[in-house]
Design a protein around this ligand. Structure first.
Ligand SMILES: Cc1cc2nc3c(=O)[nH]c(=O)nc-3n(C[C@H](O)[C@H](O)[C@H](O)COP(=O)(O)O)c2cc1C
Length: 234
């Protein structure tokens, strides 16, 4: 069985819109169990959730998201994913990787980057912290793919820790690339001040990173290695 049509349609739309890469979440067949949302009766209009996903003539958003988010949906394997992503020339990053084993599988499926992430702790209760899993993933991936990290990045010191532990897309960010792996931090800036608020978040992060590098006695992010962090005994 080939990939569902709507997934292929989405890939075509991504290409047509001029995106140069795809970030694909690989570990969330359903949403987390969110009691605060239940208590607050958070029940957004599906049209808000689906945004500009559906197009005229597409299957209904409920159906599309039903395929992705029902507990009875067929669970995709790495081979299905590899088959789907082989249908686009765009490079892709697997998001939601927390083990060396999954990182290896993602790279074998064709991912050119992995995003070490527990989705900001919003999905699987009890999932390990992305920072704790980063060294294992970096070890498994080696130089076969780029490594990004999110979940819990709040300060410049978190960016420096991620660098020290092996995240290299974060290193690219610190070196001035366009890639940002921030979740809530960007959302907080957006909420507080729109686009200018997000720019301010980046400005603050950059300032913090520069201060930390100076305090560590390093000339720049290139000088950050594993010796810049020490993990406390647990
Ligand atoms: C309101 C909200 C919605 C999110 N929706 C998605 C989503 O649809 N798919 C996904 O892979 N991650 C989603 N995430 C997770 C973020 O992409 C990111 O992994 C996470 O926020 C990073 O952690 P941080 O918030 O601690 O930086 C969402 C996060 C938030 C706060």
């Amino acid at each position: 069985m080939g990939p569902p049509d709507n997934f292929l349609t989405m890939l075509r739309r991504i290409e047509d819109a001029g995106y140069q890469a795809v970030c694909l979440t690989v570990d969330c067949p359903t949403g987390g169990w969110r009691e605060r949302n239940m208590r607050n009766r958070f029940d957004p209009d599906p049209a808000v959730i689906t945004g500009n996903y559906p197009m005229d003539g597409d299957v209904a958003p409920e159906e599309v998201f039903g395929q992705l988010f029902t507990k009875t949906a067929r669970v995709w394997g790495w081979d299905d994913l590899a088959g789907l992503m082989a249908r686009t020339p765009l490079p892709w990053m697997a998001k939601g990787i927390l083990t060396g084993e999954d990182a290896d599988a993602a790279v074998r499926a064709g991912a050119s980057a992995v995003l070490v992430s527990n989705h900001g702790g919003r999905q699987l209760d009890g999932a390990p912290a992305a920072f704790d899993q980063l060294p294992e993933v970096a070890e498994a991936v080696g130089d076969r793919a780029r490594i990004a990290l999110d979940s819990g990045v709040r300060r410049g010191s978190d960016v420096v820790k991620a660098l020290a532990l092996g995240a290299d897309v974060v290193k690219a960010l610190a070196l001035g690339a366009d890639v940002v792996v921030l979740g809530r931090l960007a959302a907080y800036g957006l909420g507080a001040g729109g686009e200018a608020g997000v720019r301010r978040v980046h400005q603050l992060l950059r300032g913090e990173i520069e201060t930390i590098l100076t305090l560590l006695g390093r000339g720049g992010v290139r000088d950050i290695g594993p010796d810049a962090v020490r993990q406390s005994a647990s």
